[in-house]
Design a protein around this ligand. Structure first.
Ligand SMILES: Nc1ncnc2c1ncn2[C@@H]1O[C@H](COP(=O)(O)OP(=O)(O)O)[C@@H](O)[C@H]1O
Ligand SMILES: [Mg+2]
Length: 333
């Protein structure tokens, strides 16, 4: 199959990233893979979407990819577009992601399989999407920019609260408030409100054990040889957040019935919204985040479980493409 992978910036792709692993695995399975940066997408006079990018030769590493000759990649000529952007990590280029999703939606309308679906990505782009999850499977939450609304909510949270931006990533601007700790609340709300809507959640005490990233494909947990794709992230000693970028470390993810019940409460909705590959983050058995953009964690999950989750995802992509009537199956068996 012909496959285009769209990323924030080609120059920022690193070897441990799920995006790279998926690209390399697809190329290794004999597919024609090219990578492009989202900001390079263009629309021509005939309404076709393309970008100058790089073709990934089977077995090539990242250096070889970057050294490859620039080629124009026509998205409309693809069997599948893997939309692997992360708008949350590219705040200064909001335009590129807005435009990109618009162009991706055009391409999808013309019958190219785009994963995840651009319309679904827009719908699920912020943490407001958490509200789609039944209340028993997520923390209590409100979304507001109003100090008094936040104050009332926080006062009603016996375990304390967490305040965060509706569109954030990597733990940036995520604040924890201990019970009764409100003398700095006005300033925290002021800072967060400058960036948009604030999400206030009850603090989940299980956060000391970190969170569990559960990988879902088409709304269902990804299972390879009886093992569910999941990885735990445990906070470091100096911070409550379990983001790897603030010192958390990966650990084996043990997936239990409570996690699966929480996933089942949102899975059908994810599938309906075309959110093919999703990372659910759970604290205890509650979902705190639905990661729909450029979901990661596959390297660690696979390493701990000794399973090739990446190959399993590429296979699911192949099946999707075949079901849509496009793309040849890989030549290998
Ligand atoms: N309601 C909560 N209770 C306890 N810890 C939380 C809560 N919300 C977030 N955290 C901690 O903060 C981290 C970052 O929050 P998250 O909502 O995942 O935002 P981001 O998109 O920046 O990763 C989480 O991984 C978790 O460790
Ligand atoms: Mg998170």
């Amino acid at each position: 199959m012909r496959c285009c992978v769209v990323v924030n910036r080609l120059a920022e792709v690193t070897a441990g990233q799920t995006t790279w692993l998926l690209s390399a695995a697809a190329a290794a399975r004999g597919h024609d893979v090219a990578l492009v940066s989202v900001s390079d997408l263009e629309l021509d006079e005939g309404g076709r979407v393309s970008a100058v990018g790089r073709r990934l030769a089977p077995g090539a590493d990242l250096d070889a990819l970057r050294a490859a000759a620039p080629v124009r990649v026509e998205l409309d000529a693809m069997d599948v577009v893997l939309w692997r952007t992360s708008p949350g990590r590219d705040h200064e280029r909001v335009w590129a992601h807005d435009m990109g999703l618009e162009l991706a939606a055009r391409v999808a309308e013309r019958g190219v399989v785009v994963l995840n679906d651009p319309v679904g990505l827009r719908r699920a782009a912020s943490k407001l999407y958490l509200a789609e999850i039944p209340a028993e499977h997520r923390p209590r939450m409100v979304a507001t920019r109003d100090l008094e609304r936040v104050r009332d909510f926080v006062a009603a949270c016996p375990t304390g609260a967490v305040l965060k931006p509706a569109s954030g990533t990597r733990g940036q601007d995520v604040f924890r408030l201990l019970p009764g700790q409100t003398e700095n609340l006005a300033q925290i709300v002021d800072v967060l409100a400058r960036g948009g809507v604030i999400i206030a959640q009850e603090y989940l005490p299980d956060a000391v054990h970190g969170d569990l990233r559960l990988v879902l494909v088409d709304g269902e947990p990804l299972v390879v040889d009886g093992v569910v794709a999941g990885v735990r992230r445990v906070p470091g000693p100096r911070d409550f957040r379990s983001n790897v970028h603030v010192g958390a470390s990966a650990a084996p993810g043990v997936v239990g019935p409570g996690h699966l019940a929480a996933a089942a409460s949102i899975g059908p909705r994810l599938a309906r919204d075309g959110l093919f590959l999703v990372g659910l983050d759970l604290i205890g058995e509650k979902i705190i985040e639905v990661n729909v953009f450029s979901t990661g964690g596959l390297l660690d999950a696979g390493r701990f479980a000794q399973r090739d989750f990446v190959a399993a995802i590429v296979e699911r992509v192949e099946r999707r493409v075949a079901a849509a009537g496009g793309g040849a199956a890989p030549p290998t068996g």
